[in-house]
Unconditional design. Structure first.
Length: 121
């Protein structure tokens, strides 16, 4: 993805992933997936962060780039029921977001863990 840096927070990004059906013997309806990506904060947005620091005199993070890796496994419990855990590792969310508890620091890395279930009638 590419976008003009004078009006977009992210000026370029790359995302990719792989999904494998039946990743284990005897588990023909299960699905395993892994995804990853990288995004770059536009130079105009980074410059705004530097200007904000300069004019306010307060230390604040300068956004740069963000990265993520995601793993998921869709387990077919029954023909009508699926369970899908998901784990994501995010380095520098949104290219570096201020910590809500201390705006002079930025959030570094985050782990996101989730679970989804689907029941079909």
């Amino acid at each position: 993805m590419g976008a003009p840096s004078d009006r977009n927070l992210m000026d370029y990004a790359v995302s990719s992933g792989v999904v494998v059906k039946a990743p284990l013997p005897g588990r023909d309806d299960d699905v395993f997936g892994v995804g990853f990506g990288w995004s770059n904060v536009s130079s105009d947005a980074s410059d705004l962060d530097r200007d904000t620091q300069g004019f306010s005199g307060l230390p604040a993070p300068v956004r740069t780039a963000g990265r993520f890796v995601e793993f998921t496994y869709q387990y077919q419990v029954a023909p009508w029921w699926q369970i899908q855990p998901d784990v994501q590792y995010v380095d520098s969310p949104s290219g570096g977001m201020p910590d809500p508890l201390d705006p002079t620091r930025w959030l570094g890395t985050e782990w996101i863990v989730g679970m989804r279930t689907t029941v079909s009638f």
